[in-house]
Design a protein around this ligand. Structure first.
Ligand SMILES: NC(=O)c1ccc[n+]([C@@H]2O[C@H](COP(=O)([O-])OP(=O)(O)OC[C@H]3O[C@@H](n4cnc5c(N)ncnc54)[C@H](O)[C@@H]3O)[C@@H](O)[C@H]2O)c1
Length: 368
């Protein structure tokens, strides 16, 4: 798997206490990597990071990504082979409440990681995680391509567009002969272990596990929903190319890649809620759409992932129904089964193993 390139590698991973970072840390650890995580806090309660006791399996550093000296110090001290940068203020709604802090964390935080890499000669590769929201949203039906305009009117989206520009400026200006890097723009991810505010699946889990109806902001908004493991497989596979363990017909250094589901997976929020409810029998699943007027959020958003297929031979593995099933089963186990850290770690690793087996069966190159 991943050309076996993470075995024995030292990986510096920002945002390891968050939703995606905790899954990525668990996956990298299971691949034989030594992971050093850098994050300011554990952002939610409960949190996947704590639920599986991940602090006992990685080097768990606390620091603010806005503090350049702290990031440089931490990276130099760990001297990683590869960096995955995920730390961010990742919530659109919160970005309206704390716009300056969002730009500082997402733009200057990215710059600080790039500066730390410049100061750390051991680093061979870096994968920078931005977002599908980095694109200027024209509310059109086509998937955004990597060459489309960057933009974003809400502070979160704009900050991710800015992070892209900063990262590519550093790649072009300083890393031509330095670490091989690329940026990634994934769509909305769902999966077990997310408890962030104002995200549809955590909202359902919180509401239904306590017998409440779930409040829905934009029931008819469509998103390129995908299981958290899908973009993570893309990040890890891209990392294998950047590390030189895998090669293809196109150079990947300095590029940007979308990682999203198949073009026909573009369901509405309401469809996600209905599909999840089917796996949550006996719980209320009414939608309350009141109380969120006035906050601008795009309604149509889709990614074209042809470049990841052409350059990396990567495409998504799961159908929408499978994505929902993995997600619902994780939460059902957490709320009704054994929620000890060992059991939750085992559940997480078993979903990673199942997902990898499905990818291998479907002939996906990274899973060989
Ligand atoms: N979840 C999604 O649907 C989604 C979609 C597209 C892109 N992304 C991007 O993927 C990355 C991870 O997202 P997530 O869903 O895991 O987010 P999350 O909110 O669950 O986790 C964010 C992580 O960043 C850390 N962090 C935040 N501010 C920090 C600061 N100032 N200093 C140090 N650490 C800080 C948090 O402690 C946490 O570890 C983010 O860059 C996000 O923008 C997420």
């Amino acid at each position: 798997m991943f050309a076996d390139c993470y075995k024995g590698k030292r990986v510096f991973l920002t945002g390891h206490t968050g939703f995606k970072g905790s899954w990525l840390s668990a996956w990298l650890t299971s691949l034989g990597a030594t992971v050093c995580g850098f994050a300011d806090t554990v952002p939610t309660k409960p949190a996947h990071f704590e639920a599986m006791g991940l602090g006992g399996h990685v080097r768990d550093l606390r620091g603010d990504i806005r503090d350049r000296d702290a990031v440089v110090r931490a990276m130099r001290e760990f001297h990683p082979d590869v960096v995955f940068h995920l730390a961010a203020q990742a919530l659109v709604r919160k970005s309206y409440d704390v716009p300056a802090a969002t730009f500082e964390a997402n733009v200057m935080g990215t710059l600080n990681v790039l500066e730390a890499m410049r100061a750390c000669p051991s680093v061979q590769a870096g994968v920078f995680i931005t977002s599908d929201k980095c694109y200027r949203n024209d509310e059109w039906v086509w998937g955004y391509r990597e060459t489309d305009h960057l933009g974003g009117s809400d502070p979160y989206s704009a900050s991710k567009g800015c992070a892209e520009i900063v990262a590519h400026s550093y790649f072009d200006s300083f890393f031509k002969n330095g670490p091989a890097c690329a940026t990634t723009r994934a769509g909305n991810v769902i999966g077990g272990g997310d408890w962030a505010l104002d995200r549809i699946v955590p909202d359902c889990a919180r509401a239904w596990s306590s017998g409440q109806a779930v409040q829905i902001r934009s029931p008819w908004a469509t998103r390129p929903w995908q299981l958290v493991l899908e973009p993570l497989s893309g990040y890890l596979w891209l990392g294998a190319y950047l590390l030189g363990a895998q090669s293809g017909p196109f150079p990947v250094r300095g590029e940007a890649y979308n990682f999203g589901p198949a073009a026909d997976v573009n369901n509405t929020v309401a469809e996600v809620v209905e599909a999840l409810a089917a796996y949550w029998p006996g719980f209320r699943s009414e939608m309350d759409t009141s109380g969120h007027a006035g906050m601008k959020e795009c309604t149509l958003l889709k990614l074209c992932c042809d470049k990841a297929l052409a350059h990396l031979n990567w495409k998504a593995t799961l159908t929408f129904d499978e994505t929902i099933r993995y997600t619902a089963e994780w939460y059902r186990e957490f709320y009704t089964g054994n929620a000890s850290p060992a059991a939750i770690l085992a559940l997480t690793l078993s979903q990673i193993a199942d997902y990898t087996a499905a990818a291998r069966e479907r002939g996906h190159a990274w899973a060989r």
